[in-house]
Design a protein around this ligand. Sequence first.
Ligand SMILES: Nc1ncnc2c1ncn2[C@@H]1O[C@H](COP(=O)(O)OP(=O)(O)OP(=O)(O)O)[C@@H](O)[C@H]1O
Ligand SMILES: [Mg+2]
Length: 374
Amino acid sequence: MAIRLNIANHTANNSMPDLPDLNAVIKVLVPISDPKLGKSLVELDLIRDVTIKPSGVVSFTLLTDAEPAARQTLIDRCKATIKTLPGVTDVWVKVSETAAPVPPKPSGASTVSIEGVKHIIAISSGKGGVGKTSVAVNVAVALAEAGAKVGILDADIYGPNVPVMLGMDAFRDIKVTRNANGLDIVEPAFNHGVKMISMAFLIDKDQPVTWRGPMLNSAIRQFLYQANWGELDYLIVDMPPGTGDAQLTLTQSVPLVGAIIVTTPQTVSLLDARKGLRMFQQMGVPVLGIVENMSYFIPPDMPDKQYDIFGSGGGAKTAKELDLPLLGCVPLEISLREGGDRGIPIVLGHPESASAVALRSIAQSIADKVAELA
Ligand SMILES: Nc1ncnc2c1ncn2[C@@H]1O[C@H](COP(=O)(O)OP(=O)(O)OP(=O)(O)O)[C@@H](O)[C@H]1O
Ligand SMILES: [Mg+2]
């Protein structure tokens, strides 16, 4: 699906609780089907250019080649449905019979690369909260520090934490420009040497996210293809936990050089890591290796001590069993969590700490693996 998310308008609406947001407009249209194909207009990607004006007027383009009578019925249904949303004063529908330019879409197993972006790497985990984002952000910054051109795509719609961990404000005005092909292009934010685009750009921080698969897919694809990434050596994608829609969209859209699986030494986390591995293998994406996070706790007042809070050796054992390299083990350190909360990744804030040393070494191992595969 390639609805042109009108990001600027959508963000502006955050301060106007009386208006529906883009999410609500799309969601309410999901049950309406194309008369010929019998599938949802939203899933078929036939709703484009949705805008919500401060006056409450919602407008969008409907792609359809239906007969005039069927077309009018479709328009009337869409209008009536959108008008049920609070705050909507009118609905304007523009009909287009020819498809507008859309971002490349996956067809079967084929993927489409992003111009200028050399290597795309997914940071994934089966289980939530194991430290994917912390690893993704620190690896990105470490690679940038080493002189690489790096971008990070925060694809976690349910917990887009990259902006905070990179010290960026996701709720600033997002710059969107239109390119020569008529596509809206998002300008990434930039801090600590890393370009960043986040799902947080699209969502209201106080609202629960209730997006359906197609909407999530659309947003991820637009952020991949309709962003001014420029020349990048590495685009790191921070995934939501699990093996859901986001993982499928990513693996089916762009050629990934590989995925990294983050785990903790805990058995449940390791079991989930195996599931993640299997999914990437089924999608034909190489897994570059495993990162074990929270390997042991280093008390700040006794830096020579180590406590195995989540057990020990699990990452190495799993890596061996699955015949994957263990890219490194990151200790649990209070300064790593503090750095994340303050927006100063530990590789910059405490470059001499054990976690920073481990994360830099992991970044180096990833660069080496990518170089082997490229
Ligand atoms: N090695 C570590 N030492 C100390 N704190 C850590 C470490 N790794 C992660 N944390 C903290 O644990 C919390 C969860 O980490 P993070 O957000 O990176 O996990 P995640 O896998 O991305 O979570 P989610 O599945 O919700 O996206 C954060 O507060 C982070 O600062
Ligand atoms: Mg995360």
